[in-house]
Design a protein. Structure first.
Length: 152
């Protein structure tokens, strides 16, 4: 339930554009999670470095934001709220996915630069995280941007 005085936001996005943004956005968060899970599961050579380990742990923050966004979007879909959302639902859904993508991009880029400069190991997992966070942040952001306040 949401507060009575909370402003509603409505999207004018077409169904075709929604799908065109939604699919790569979903591929994005999936790639980010695959890269993150493989990074911790496979423990590549560069994970023995203390800085990379700290960056890897910090990279869990965008994953949490993405999970919050995914859970909210599933809840919105269940309640049939896709096109008109209260402000908090919009922020918890597309806002969290967009922010998770932006932060994930920054962290993965730093990890990539560090790994290239040190010259250690395979960059596949970091590449998956970087590509995924870019897709997630960009396409969730494009949908987020299409929501405008409803005039009362």
């Amino acid at each position: 339930m949401y507060l009575k005085d909370e402003r509603l936001y409505k999207s004018d996005i077409s169904t075709v554009r929604w799908i065109a943004y939604d699919l790569p956005g979903n591929v994005g968060w999936i790639l980010y999670f695959v890269g993150l899970i493989l990074l911790f599961g496979d423990q590549p050579e560069y994970m023995s470095d203390a800085i990379m380990t700290v960056l890897a742990v910090i990279s869990i923050i965008p994953a949490i934001l993405m999970l919050v966004g995914i859970a909210e979007l599933i809840s919105e879909r269940i309640h049939k709220l896709d096109w008109t959302l209260p402000r908090m639902r919009l922020l918890r859904g597309f806002g969290a996915l967009t922010l998770g993508g932006i932060i994930g991009t920054a962290i993965a880029a730093v990890m990539l630069i560090f790994t290239v400069n040190v010259g250690t190991g395979d960059l596949l997992y970091i590449g998956l995280m970087l590509a995924g966070s870019i897709l997630c942040g960009l396409f969730a952001g494009l949908i987020f941007k299409r929501y405008k306040p409803v005039n009362k």
